[in-house]
Design a protein around this ligand. Structure first.
Ligand code: TF8
Length: 336
């Protein structure tokens, strides 16, 4: 009776003290995450997994709020918000990261990664980690590489099978010098613009085409305004799941660890989902009325040959060592 009461009171006092002292119980907090793609995308499915893990493992103490479809701005704008500390997280392609640090252009060189398994090994290995870590000098905490994936070319005018077919086409690209140079080399007229403006631009024939992974072409309904998809695999786009360094620095270590772990785990799920959904996308596009063209090995090789000088052209800007290092990693993981 009485003794129990005294003991309980003592325990309450101790836990209250602990709550106020140096080892403060972590506060409640909200993490906002913005992305460019819509809620059907594999990217969003990855975010839902992230939310599930963080909310479960923090027992609801951390709430994760998701914003799709460029509601919070395009990739570049969201990265600016991360750097300013006004948004916690986003997940851009590597392409716009080159606006902060040119060495990131290395991942967007044409026909760089031979397959997804090698991309995983390079990006999840020490070299990928080095790139993630280097973002801290830009005010960004790199959490993990996720996958946007191999990019394919769509347009409303011609069934593209060879580099010559691309000539004169107005193609929307991301804002990345390597992407622009690659399409210029192919004879296209590349026009960079944010993804949020793309659908309307194609509808109004401001551009003839664009390039994105098959899932995006399908889930963003580009088939409504595009006739031809050519499976060119010309770039492999990694995503980078990232956090505001400014906000990160205010988090207790246990929250940092939870977020980093959840971001990596969600990334494994996101890549898997991405690859599964990619399997269906081609048939779905055909059902929706698009002509989907798979290139013969000779046709595919013609695109590789036409863009083979791009890496050399950007070697100085990216840094010769950086290009060599990434290429050596790819070579290492490619042989088996
Ligand atoms: C693009 C990219 C985008 C993604 C997304 C906005 O073409 O592929 O779909 O970066 O987060 O802009």
């Amino acid at each position: 009776g009485k003794l129990m009461g005294v003991l309980l009171a003592g325990m309450v006092a101790v836990s209250l003290l602990a709550g106020c002292g140096g080892g403060a119980a972590p506060e409640k907090r909200t993490i906002k995450v913005g992305i460019g793609l819509n809620e059907q995308s594999p990217q969003y499915k990855g975010l839902e997994k992230f939310k599930e893990i963080v909310e479960r493992d923090s027992k609801g103490r951390i709430e994760v709020q998701l914003f799709a479809s460029s509601q919070l701005g395009d990739d570049t704008k969201m990265m600016t918000a991360l750097r300013a500390g006004t948004l916690e997280m986003t997940c851009p392609s590597t392409a716009p990261i080159s606006g902060l640090d040119k060495k990131w252009m290395v991942f967007d060189l044409p026909f760089l990664f031979p397959n997804e398994e090698v991309a995983d090994k390079v990006l999840d290995g020490p070299v990928g980690q080095k790139y993630l870590d280097s973002l801290s000098t830009q005010g960004i905490k790199g959490i993990a590489f996720w996958e946007n994936g191999y990019r394919q070319l769509t347009n409303s005018k011609v069934n593209v099978k060879t580099p010559a077919d691309v000539k004169g086409l107005k193609i929307r690209t991301m804002e990345n010098p390597v992407h622009l140079a690659t399409f210029r080399t192919l004879g296209a007229n590349p026009t960079p613009m944010p993804l949020g403006e793309l659908f309307t631009s194609m509808q109004q024939h401001i551009v003839d085409g664009q390039e994105n992974p098959l899932t995006t072409i399908y889930l963003q309904k580009y088939y409504e305004v595009q006739k031809y998809t050519s499976v060119t695999n010309h770039f492999y786009s990694p995503f980078v799941f990232m956090f505001s360094q400014k906000i990160w620095n205010t988090l207790p270590k246990e929250d940092q660890e939870l977020i980093a772990r959840a971001g990596k785990e969600a990334g494994i799920y996101q890549r898997k989902t991405n690859r599964e959904m990619m399997q269906e996308a081609s048939a779905s596009l055909e059902k929706a009325g698009m002509v989907v063209t798979r290139l013969t090995p000779e046709q595919a090789q013609a695109f590789v040959d036409a863009t083979k000088d791009i890496a050399g052209q950007f070697e100085a800007e990216i840094g010769k060592d950086n290009v060599q290092e990434v290429k050596a990693e790819i070579a290492k993981y490619s042989q088996k």
